[in-house]
Design a protein. Structure first.
Length: 76
């Protein structure tokens, strides 16, 4: 069950790789595509749904182009 996911604004990302290096789940990578500035932006690749929404990538991004979304489970 997916607990969280990351959205990266690929047009604002300059491809510094800081978020990729800090991700404990290793679910971020460089995109093969270029953005309009000529950079390979970071992208989330999480087929096993390992993202736990820790926010390390968000905190590390110098360009504030990462948003972390967490799903809240209802308590019964």
């Amino acid at each position: 069950m997916r607990r969280a996911y990351v959205e990266i604004d690929s047009e604002r990302c300059k491809g510094c790789g800081l978020c990729i290096n800090v991700c404990p789940q290793k679910i971020l990578r460089f995109s093969e595509k270029f953005n309009t500035k000529g950079y390979h932006p970071a992208e989330q690749y999480d087929p096993d749904e390992k993202c736990n929404g820790c926010g390390f990538c968000y905190m590390m991004c110098p360009d504030t182009c990462i948003t972390v979304f967490r799903f809240v489970q209802a308590v019964r």
